[in-house]
Design a protein around this ligand. Sequence first.
Ligand code: NA7
Length: 536
Amino acid sequence: SPGKGPAEVDVVVVGAGIAGLYALHKFREQGLTVRVFEVADGVGGVWYWNRYPGARCDVESVDYSYSFDEDLQQEWNWSEKYATQPEILAYLEHVADRFDLRRDIEFGTRVTDIVLDEPTLRWQVGTDTGRAVSARFVVLATGPLSNANTPAIPGLDTFAGRVLHTSHWPHDGVDLAGQRVGVIGTGSSGIQTIPCLAEEVARLHVFQRTPNYSVPAGNTPLTEEQRQAQKANYAERRRLSMASGGGSPHQPHPKLAVEATDEERREAYQRRWELGGVLFSKTFPDQLLTREANDTARLFWEEKVRAVIDDPRVADILIPRDHPIGTKRICTDTNYYQTFNRDNVELVDLRATPITAIDADGVHTTETHYRLDTLVLATGFDAMTGSVSRMNIVGRGGVTLNETWADGPKTYLGLGIPGFPNLFNLTGPGSPSVLANMVLHSELHVDWVAEAIGFLDDRGAVALEARPDAVAAWVRECADRAAGTLMLEANSWYLGANIEGKPRVFMPFVGGFGVYGQIIAEVAAAGYKGFDVLEA
Ligand code: NA7
């Protein structure tokens, strides 16, 4: 509330999700004063908000967990291979308690303004509760997938039933038994929730605009024996993850897909299929590099999926044709395609019959009116820049970050922006971001920022500020690396393509998590090459 808490700190952290919690812990251990502002009433970030039925992580729980504390990783017991949202939230609450984090977090508080005081190079941080704090450093831990996208469908606000967004699911749950329910959206969230909703509701209409590739998650409970084996091997598992393409320890096949024999390919895809989940898109190292390699994976996938869908016409609608497999994040599911064999589920192909409007009773397409009691929006996020762009961030000369990024986000290493000294954006554009394991990525970024602050303090310097030439070179490098892959062939949210009017820029660094970690470590070791070190 206004007036409470310190008026000056070393670091303000925005957001108490995975990155923000670790940032608070790390900086505090370093002897810095830290204040965290969080909109929600609790910790957890996306795992606080995304409570829809079936919400689960698509990275294995043993990997999608903090590595910074050996006792924590040895003592926490994950119950399943892929943890559910409630379990991940319980874990993050445990971390908050264990490291006594809550005393420096102000909940229910949205940061609205972050304004540079040029003479002192301090940041003035303002919030919607009236609390204001001045800080030397600002760390944005607002998350790349946190700003919900609600489609502008005419009449949406006239619908008489309940409208639920997957990322703002009611905390006390919803009873949908006996209802006619519509789901708009078939990305990861839709694909996870549709099989669960189908079992609960009387009738489910799935409104699909673009089909996605989904692979069975292969989720299973973990036995005590499996947990012990994982824990015994944790150090090696982490080492491999930190050096890997995406932050998990699994290695791609030693051959290229185009070099392997038919039999080797089938075997490799089959093994990954059985392993389950997103790693299918990384079976071979060239799978996202050439169409020829990609097609081998796509055709294997299509055969598997067609085999479980009863009606071939329904299968035709569910199979993507617009993009190579893996160029949008692969979805992972439990019985998604089988759900369309149920009598109470109907797939509506919005490519053939687009939605024209919503009225009090339901959804109109060009062909039919669907009467609904509840409408579920699984329509995703204004990804990577959405949450940052909602804050009024003002740097040198009164120039805002939104003005600076009007043609798309431009950074040095994802971590530095000229005109915005000592402002660090975690896991955002210009870093591997959503292409990597977000927990290890958050740790990598927080550790880098902590070391940078230590570097400044050791030499009595005031600030780090990225140089424009370094930004230009990094932006070019990111674009060149993306252009060398198939990633530009999909209208994905990596490119901002899901939000009308958003500049089309491929935002993540595609060169791999391990490679990126090396690059930012080398920059630090070279005395923050590409940054100006500003002395008092
Ligand atoms: P996504 O992956 O962005 O999926 C959103 C879905 O909503 C997608 O199928 C969209 O179709 C659909 N959508 C969005 N707007 C509309 C309108 N106006 N009409 C019909 N359909 C629409 O979000 P998720 O939440 O599923 O997943 C995001 C990430 O979170 C995921 O990759 C994981 O990493 C975690 P479209 O493809 O645009 O035609």
